[in-house]
Design a protein around this ligand. Structure first.
Ligand SMILES: [Zn+2]
Length: 113
């Protein structure tokens, strides 16, 4: 168990994750109803791998947000750390983007070793 976040910060982070999840789910529904997927992906600021379909990108982003929320709820230490190097992203950055999963040295879309 960790206590990296005070209760108030935790509540704010959780709310941010829920909102992001809802936003992604809404866009995914719009996409499935025929909206322009490339535009949706860009509007969400998602990392669009070349060749990936917008639906795949949105589903992956939704999974990622859900996983972060589960980690936060479970007090799992993986929450709020860079997927690549494990550095703590810090409460200030996480409050801006509670679903963040990369540090500045490992931006999304960077080649994995
Ligand atoms: Zn990193």
């Amino acid at each position: 168990m960790t206590n990296r976040f005070d209760p108030e910060t935790r509540v704010t982070l959780r709310r941010g994750l829920m909102r992001r999840g809802q936003e992604l789910a809404t866009k995914l529904a719009a996409l499935l109803a025929g909206a322009d997927g490339d535009r949706l992906v860009r509007a969400l600021g998602l990392d669009a791998k070349p060749g990936a379909r917008p639906e795949e990108i949105l589903r992956a982003a939704l999974d990622q947000v859900e996983q972060r929320r589960r980690w936060l709820d479970a007090d799992d230490d993986r929450y709020g750390r860079c997927d690549e190097c494990g550095v703590d992203l810090g409460a200030a950055s996480l409050l801006e983007m509670p679903w963040a999963d990369r540090c500045k040295a490992h931006p999304p879309g960077a080649a994995r070793p």
